[in-house]
Design a protein around this ligand. Structure first.
Ligand SMILES: Cc1cc2nc3c(=O)[nH]c(=O)nc-3n(C[C@H](O)[C@H](O)[C@H](O)COP(=O)(O)O)c2cc1C
Length: 222
């Protein structure tokens, strides 16, 4: 791939509103209709990678990931979970040794998840909000997609996004959502749904909300 292709994904200003308003990518949760249950029985088992980004083992996004995985496994899917904060993954050095499609000079735990991402039917991103963006831990893993860009871009995959944050202001979630949707658009992956959990600050606060149920239903019906 030419480097200029990588840059071509800049979203025109007019498309940003559509991205944010779910008209292009978003699918509103959730999925309890009889029709969907009927459809589900015909679904094949899918390979799902869940990438998490929080260093809090019993935190709010970890709970969303657990609930999503519970639903997905109950529906017969295979889940590979990669907790970025507990793995050793270095930042891309932009050496371009990989040429966006090859070996990476960094030999670390990304090697573990790499083949799973390439083979996945669905890649799920789970992150707390850190200063209005993804956590550094999950972003570091995403940047390493560079070495497999050609193997994952334009391939038939779905993606989903689960996020948590302390504030209750809806607008605060927009930068992360736009990032997720722009990335999904660039990679050509179909958005399968989002769970945006606001107002959860302390670890475990999410257990007193219905966001866990939303994540479970998303996994169950994906
Ligand atoms: C470094 C750091 C930055 C944060 N930045 C924000 C922020 O910009 N907006 C917000 O509402 N909450 C912010 N928070 C709060 C977390 O998003 C919130 O506690 C979230 O539920 C943490 O998820 P976790 O339990 O999965 O780690 C921040 C927390 C930390 C530790």
């Amino acid at each position: 791939m030419q480097k200029r292709d990588f840059l071509k994904i800049l979203v025109p200003a007019t498309a940003v509103g559509a991205l944010l308003s779910n008209r292009v990518f978003g699918k509103i949760l959730i999925h309890n209709s009889k029709n969907q249950n009927t459809q589900k029985t015909n679904k094949k088992s899918m390979k799902i990678v869940v990438l998490t980004g929080s260093p809090r083992k019993n935190g709010n996004s970890a709970y969303l990931a657990e609930q999503f995985i519970k639903g997905a496994e109950e529906s017969g899917h295979n889940v590979f979970r990669f907790d970025a904060a507990f793995q050793k993954v270095e930042g891309c050095t932009a050496c371009n040794h990989c040429g966006m499609d090859g070996d990476c000079v960094l030999k670390d735990d990304f090697e573990t998840v790499r083949p799973h991402i390439v083979a996945a039917d669905i890649v799920v991103f789970v992150s707390p909000m850190y200063y209005f963006g993804l956590s550094a831990q999950i972003k570091t893993v995403i940047d390493r997609f560079y070495a497999i860009n050609e193997q994952i871009k334009g391939k038939r995959k779905k993606t989903a996004f689960l996020m948590t944050y302390a504030n209750a202001t809806k607008e605060d979630a927009q930068p992360m959502l736009l990032h997720y949707r722009t990335m999904a658009n660039y990679l050509g992956w179909e958005d399968a749904g989002t769970v945006i959990a606001s107002g959860v600050w302390t670890a475990g606060a999410i257990r007193n909300t219905n966001y866990g149920e939303k994540a479970y239903q998303l996994g169950k019906n994906i």
